[in-house]
Design a protein around this ligand. Structure first.
Ligand SMILES: [Zn+2]
Length: 445
């Protein structure tokens, strides 16, 4: 790790409490932000800091995506034009069941490379049932901040090749938590990741709630994505899904529920009261035809909301800029052009994501003492001109992943001048393509 780093001369979009935008430097020491604003570098101590020239660039807190499946990156383009239930049963579950250590590793490397190059510095990731340790190894080496969970599927209705006993699912999950929660200096964390209520028994969900509480880990699951899912849960439990999850302890600030598309007023009030994190996945919800989540209503009710691209086969990109832009756009036909303005979309991808990962004290804004997860954007392209237009508008509506020039995670330079420094992108591409072909052959696609 670079001990001391100076990002010199950028325009800093701090996302601090007063949403200050200032011209100046960010000084980083031992992975943390030491100073924000004018600096001559002398506060770095005796050794001269490594300096990155950010003049003309926009410096932002690293973007956070609170719902990702890195194990699905190799499935990109293999499951288009399907509804969630067929998407899972015909494509995603057979492909996940065919995963080997090698395919999981390169799927994680490919996804993480795309994420880092596009300015996403932290993720909440749900892997598949097997080989989660291998995904952690990939993420340890490539340098992204990640909270990762083994997918838990113990209900009798699951496909036999993915279904595990409750005991096995919980034991392996606890072992992974013991091994990885807080690893790589705290950059890697574990989450307990029951797939969704229909895939899990009540005893498993209750045990997950206890284990997460005990270990200080996040709970990461899906909820209320489609009407069919809601019906299944209601028939099986007699409860509305959000209410049911609360009865088994999957609620509150420790829990992150992806989607929450089909949530009524009572459900929204419940989520707000509990402080449960909702993770909005606008591209995924549109592509699978699931619907439009009532995010402005949730924000008005005081819900905690983050954002995520979900998996490559339901998006098909892992691009935080695309998700921010879409989050702002999709509400406007329903609620008017002032619904979910640009500033709110940027909050979802920074502060909201940090909260969903339980890391609001560590990431999500550029403030002294926080972890140095920072990105620098070059908005000099024609698509982001004129350059005196509102900066937040340019970031949310105009910027794209290709505008990311530099990326710092935990004080380490992982992308410089648009080039990944922690892994060879050519090697990732070759290996990922080989492994994707192997998976396709294994399932006959
Ligand atoms: Zn998902």
């Amino acid at each position: 790790m670079t001990k001391s780093l100076l990002l010199r001369g950028g325009r800093l979009v701090t996302m601090d409490n007063s949403r200050r935008i200032v011209d100046g430097d960010v000084l980083v020491q031992d992975g943390r932000i030491k100073n924000v604003g004018r600096s001559d570098g002398r506060t770095a101590g005796r050794s001269k800091p490594t300096t990155i020239d950010c003049s003309g660039l926009i410096v932002l807190p690293g973007l956070v995506q609170a719902h990702i499946h890195l194990c699905q990156t190799l499935f990109r383009g293999l499951a288009d034009e399907l509804r969630l239930e067929q998407w899972l049963s015909r494509r995603i579950w057979p492909l996940e069941a065919a995963h080997t250590e090698e395919t999981v590793f390169w799927s994680a490397m490919l996804g993480a490379a795309e994420l880092l190059l596009g300015g996403t510095t932290a993720i909440l990731d749900m892997e598949t049932v097997r080989h989660t340790g291998t995904a952690f190894e990939a993420l340890e080496s490539i340098g992204i901040r990640a909270t990762v969970g083994k997918c838990l599927m113990d209900a009798p209705t699951n496909p036999p090749r993915l279904r595990e006993t409750t005991d096995k699912a919980l034991t392996e999950s606890s072992d992974l938590c013991a091994r990885w929660h807080g690893a790589a200096g705290g950059r890697l964390r574990y989450c307990f990741a029951p797939r969704f209520a229909p895939s899990c028994t009540g005893p498993l969900l209750r045990a997950v709630s206890d284990l997460a509480e005990h270990s200080g880990a996040t709970i990461h699951t899906h909820a209320a994505e489609t009407p069919l899912e809601l019906d299944t849960v209601r028939r099986g439990t007699g409860h509305d899904e959000i209410a049911y999850l609360d009865t088994v302890g999957i609620s509150g600030p420790r829990a992150a529920l992806a989607h929450c598309v089909w949530v009524d007023k009572d459900g929204i009030e419940r989520l707000a009261r509990q402080g449960t994190n909702v993770v909005h996945c606008p591209s995924s919800n549109l592509k699978l035809g699931s619907g439009i989540a009532p995010i402005p209503e949730m924000l008005a009710a005081g819900c905690r909301v983050g954002i995520g691209a979900d998996g490559a086969p339901c998006n098909n990109r892992l691009d935080a800029f695309a998700e921010m832009r879409l989050a702002a756009l999709i509400q406007k036909p329903r609620l008017g052009p002032d619904a979910l303005p640009a500033g709110q979309a940027l909050e979802l991808a920074t502060l909201g994501g940090a909260r969903a990962l339980g890391l609001e004290a560590e990431i999500g804004s550029i403030e002294v003492g926080k972890c140095a997860d920072l990105i620098a954007l070059d908005l000099s392209g024609p698509h982001a001109q004129p350059d005196d237009a509102d900066l937040i508008s340019r970031i949310v509506y105009s910027a794209r992943a290709g505008d990311v020039r530099h990326v710092i995670v935990d004080g380490r330079i992982v992308v410089q001048d648009g080039e990944l420094k922690t892994a060879d992108v050519g090697e990732i591409r070759r290996a990922a393509n080989t492994q994707a072909r192997r998976l396709r052959r294994a399932v006959g696609l």
